[in-house]
Design a protein around this ligand. Structure first.
Ligand SMILES: NC(=O)c1ccc[n+]([C@@H]2O[C@H](COP(=O)([O-])OP(=O)(O)OC[C@H]3O[C@@H](n4cnc5c(N)ncnc54)[C@H](OP(=O)(O)O)[C@@H]3O)[C@@H](O)[C@H]2O)c1
Length: 480
């Protein structure tokens, strides 16, 4: 059932890429489905001096990239959009924002609810949060929710600093850290699938699982994001957040839990049991790579991309073996892999069972694959075959109505923000554990000079990624 929501959105960075490519199309979908109707307004802010009319035109132009023939609806939708020129460091501008928000709240009867969305560079998050507080933008009788986008820091120290700054102004319960993988349908469906399939859930532990593989592969290179990538690399960009959250969905206990606090505690406990890495274990358990040009010279090497240093040692590929020390998962390798310029785009979890599963009536060495990017119901494979045709009855796909996420990721996450549902957001305690783990890898890597580039564009990464599994007698399920 659709319940209309009321709020004034203040989007810092309202003229930027994230806002136009992700936020406005998602808000439009929510408008069309009735979650947003009469009682909302969007204030876009950025330094450039746009008028309301010009801002609305930019919103409509970006919507046209995603929707056809709906110009009248777009025009009606855009009447909820307003622009306020703003520099994050200027206190006066916050007063202007506060007054505009109050006026629009009266006009649209938005219930004094505020969503402060940081679609700006992370270095501004602290300043903006502080000013929202000090200039009195928060309302007394509605909610005040702060939304921030990854990256949440670049290591534990910077994440602590960032968190320290924003938590002076907003309590943890009002901070919504977006990891858009947590808005993806399959990632949200994993607990539902686990909760509704007793035998599958019974088999998800070290007695029955040989290994679990998480692959987030892209066929494209860094495109125009070379500058950002030079400060990140795939370890920070994909592993610390997306891959860890996917592991959280498949490996934390009690998928039937409904309470956000319990769900987060279970995830925190899991991340708290990540097995520490010595520098030598980083060398044996983690592989890094950087793409070279393909042999045809059709594709540039990473070092030839715009805004990338000619001698860059940033990794565009990583594979690794993550282990946990807890009753459920000790001894089970979680192999992870993510890279750019791999043969195909693929986001998947492969759960490889051992031969003990015959005790549960499951065929020995069964592989269950959960495809993350699919949007229809053909997103589970059993031994490579669509589960519906596999004639195995130990896993059933729940009814569509039981699924949580049937929407585009940002759309689903915005509904959660408007509903005060924090299940699908990243909490600070989770970040602390995952950054500690990632920092150990980064520190070791930064102390050594890699032999880059070391894989050809369009391939599965360096050979060492295959050997990592072969050493344990395992192999990647997804192989070219
Ligand atoms: N783009 C994505 O797909 C994506 C994905 C994941 C996360 N993110 C995160 O989302 C955030 C925004 O990224 P983006 O790609 O949208 O960046 P962007 O296109 O560069 O937009 C940045 C916005 O910030 C505004 N801005 C810059 N300096 C400002 C200042 N001093 N005061 C007020 N506004 C200022 C810019 O407008 P003016 O120049 O007019 O001020 C612009 O609207 C970043 O934290 C990024 O890491 C983005």
């Amino acid at each position: 059932m659709v319940t209309e929501k009321s709020a004034i959105f203040i989007i810092f960075g309202g003229s930027g890429d994230l806002a136009h490519r992700k936020l406005y199309p998602s808000l439009f979908r929510l408008y069309k489905s009735g979650f947003l109707k009469d009682h909302f307004a969007v204030i876009g802010t950025a330094r450039r001096p746009w008028s309301d009319d010009y801002f609305r035109e930019t919103v409509i132009t970006s919507l046209k990239d995603y929707f056809d023939d709906e110009e009248e609806v777009m025009k009606e939708f855009s009447k909820h959009f307003f622009y306020q020129s703003h520099d994050v460091n200027d206190s006066e501008h916050y007063i202007a924002l506060k007054n505009l928000a109050a006026k629009l709240d009266d006009q649209f009867k938005a219930g004094h609810n505020r969503v402060y969305y940081m679609a700006i560079a992370p270095r501004f998050f602290g300043t903006v949060a502080e000013h929202i507080n000090s200039e009195g933008l928060k309302t007394a009788d509605g909610y005040n929710r702060l939304v921030i986008e990854k990256p949440f820091g670049r290591d534990l120290d910077s994440a602590c600093e960032l968190n320290g700054n924003i938590s002076k102004a907003f309590p943890e319960d009002d901070i919504y850290r977006i990891d858009h993988y947590l808005g993806k349908k399959m990632v949200q469906d994993i607990p539902v699938i686990r909760a509704q399939n007793d035998k599958f859930e019974e088999a998800l532990n070290n007695k029955y699982v040989s290994n679990i593989q998480v692959t987030l592969a892209e066929s494209i290179g860094v495109e125009d994001r070379g500058g950002y990538y030079e400060t990140a690399g795939v370890l920070r960009d994909m592993v610390q957040n997306h891959i860890m959250q996917i592991i959280g969905a498949i490996a934390s206990i009690d998928p039937k839990a409904k309470d956000a606090k319990v769900i987060h505690k279970n995830k925190c406990d899991l991340f708290g049991s990540l097995k520490d890495l010595t520098p030598e274990q980083v060398d044996t358990n983690f592989v890094r790579g950087q793409y070279d040009t393909d042999n045809l010279d059709d594709e540039k090497a990473y070092r030839q991309e715009d805004n990338v240093a000619e001698d860059s040692n940033i990794e565009t590929f990583t594979a690794g073996k993550i282990e946990f020390e807890n009753d459920r998962w000790s001894g089970v390798p979680f192999y992870i892999r993510s890279g750019k310029r791999m043969p195909d785009k693929s986001s998947r979890i492969d759960i490889v069972f051992n031969d003990n599963v015959t005790d549960l009536g499951i065929k020995a060495n069964t592989v269950v694959t959960l495809l993350i990017e699919r949007t229809n119901d053909h997103s589970i494979l059993i031994n490579g075959i669509d589960y519906k045709e596999s004639a195995q009855d130990f896993i059933k796909f729940p009814e569509e109505k039981d699924f949580v996420g049937a929407r585009e990721a940002y759309e689903s996450l915005i509904i959660d923000i408007l509903s005060g549902n924090r299940v699908n957001f990243t909490l600070w305690d989770e970040l602390r554990s995952t950054w500690t783990y990632i920092d150990a890898i980064r520190e070791r890597w930064d102390s050594q000079t890699p032999d880059f580039p070391n894989y050809v564009s369009g391939t599965m990464g360096p050979d060492a990624a295959e050997m990592l599994l072969e050493r344990n007698g395992d192999s990647w399920v997804w192989d070219d």
